[in-house]
Design a protein around this ligand. Structure first.
Ligand SMILES: [Zn+2]
Length: 300
C-alpha cells in the first residue's frame, strides 16, 4: 500500500492521480511487486492534451492494469493495493487476473473524485467483486488496520474461466462462428510452450448475459458490464507467463474493437489482425489503430 502511495505523484494526470501496487509470487514461487500510476500511451499525447474523448475513454490507461501488465514472469498468486477504489473496468481486469484480495487506501474513499463516482463503485465494481469472490479491504495506513468492505461469498476457491485455451484446429473451426469482438491470441511462454487463447465477449453478470444496469440514473454512464476480450486474453497470457513484449505474440479480433482495447493494444505495441470474414483480414498496425481511434473521437 505504501509503495502505491509513494508512486502516485508520478501520474501525469492533472487531477486524478492514482497508483496501484501489484504483488504476489510468480511461477517459480519468487515474490514480485510492481507499482505504477495511471498514464496514457505516448503516441496518444496530442489527443490527451487536447482533452479528446475516444468513445467513453479519455486515452488514459488505469494504474491497476498497467501494474498487472508490467509483470513478466506470470503469477501463481497475486494481490493488488490501490490508492483509490477501482472503477468497474479495473475490477473486471482484477477478476481476469484471478486476484482475490484488493487493498484500497481509505483516503481514496474521501476524495471528491470518488464521491462523483460512488455509485459506479457501489453498483458495478462491488457487484463484480462479489460475483468473482474478490474481497475488498479498506486500509488505514497510520493505524495499521485493515477492514473488509464485505466478505466475498467464495473467496479464493473459485477459479473463474474468462479465456479458453484452444488448438490450431479448434481455432480455424470455431473462430469463424464466434460473435463479433471475439479475440484469439497466440504467444509463447518462457519455456517455449505455444499458447493459443480465445475469449468471446461476455457480461460480468451472474448469467454472463447482458442485464440492465442497476439504478442507472446514479451511474456516471462511463461503464458497462461487457468484457474487453483483448484485455481478457492479454491478462491471461501474462498470468501464464507469455512474454507479450517479445513480438512473437499476435492477436486477431473479429469485426470490431473498442476504444479501450485499441488504447491498450497501442500502449503495448501489440501486433494484430482484424477479421471481417474468414478470408478477409486487415493488419491492425499502429497506423490503422490510430485511424480507428480518430474515428471514435467525440467532441464533448
Ligand atoms: Zn480503473
Amino acid at each position: 500500500m505504501q509503495e502505491a502511495v509513494n508512486t502516485v505523484q508520478e501520474s501525469p494526470h492533472a487531477s486524478n492521480k492514482i497508483a496501484a501496487c501489484f504483488f504476489g509470487t510468480d511461477h517459480d514461487k519468487a515474490p514480485f511487486s510492481i507499482t505504477r500510476s495511471n498514464d496514457y500511451p505516448k503516441i496518444l499525447e496530442p489527443f490527451v492534451t487536447q482533452k479528446k474523448r475516444f468513445g467513453r475513454n479519455s486515452g488514459y490507461v488505469h494504474a491497476e492494469l498497467i501494474a498487472i501488465m508490467a509483470q513478466t514472469g506470470g503469477w501463481e498468486e497475486a494481490f493488488i493495493a490501490i490508492t483509490d477504489p477501482p472503477c468497474p473496468n479495473c475490477m473486471k481486469h482484477i477478476a481476469n487476473a484471478q486476484i482475490k484480495f484488493v487493498y484500497i487506501d481509505h483516503k481514496g474513499f474521501e476524495k471528491d473524485f470518488f464521491k462523483r463516482r460512488v455509485e459506479d463503485f457501489n453498483l458495478l465494481s462491488k457487484k463484480i467483486a462479489e460475483l468473482y469472490g474478490i474481497t475488498l479491504f479498506k486500509v488505514y495506513r497510520k493505524e495499521k488496520r485493515i477492514e473488509p468492505l464485505f466478505e466475498a461469498l467464495e473467496p479464493i476457491k473459485k477459479q473463474t474461466t474468462f479465456v479458453k485455451e484452444v488448438s490450431s484446429e479448434d481455432l480455424k473451426k470455431t473462430f469463424a462462428t464466434k460473435e463479433s469482438g471475439s479475440v484469439y491470441l497466440e504467444g509463447k511462454t518462457k519455456d517455449g510452450n505455444l499458447l493459443r487463447l480465445m475469449s468471446e465477449p461476455f457480461y460480468y453478470t451472474e448469467s454472463k448475459k447482458e442485464e440492465p444496469l442497476p439504478n442507472d440514473k446514479e451511474l456516471s454512464g462511463r461503464f458497462h458490464l461487457r468484457s474487453f476480450p483483448i484485455l481478457s486474453v492479454m491478462i491471461e497470457a501474462k498470468r501464464l507467463g507469455v512474454n507479450l513484449e517479445e513480438k512473437k505474440s499476435f492477436f486477431a479480433i473479429k469485426e470490431e474493437i473498442s476504444a479501450n482495447e485499441l488504447i491498450w493494444a497501442l500502449k503495448f505495441n501489440l501486433q494484430g489482425f482484424i477479421e471481417k470474414s474468414e478470408e478477409e483480414r486487415s493488419v491492425l498496425d499502429q497506423e490503422y489503430m490510430l485511424t480507428l481511434l480518430a474515428n471514435m473521437i467525440s467532441s464533448t
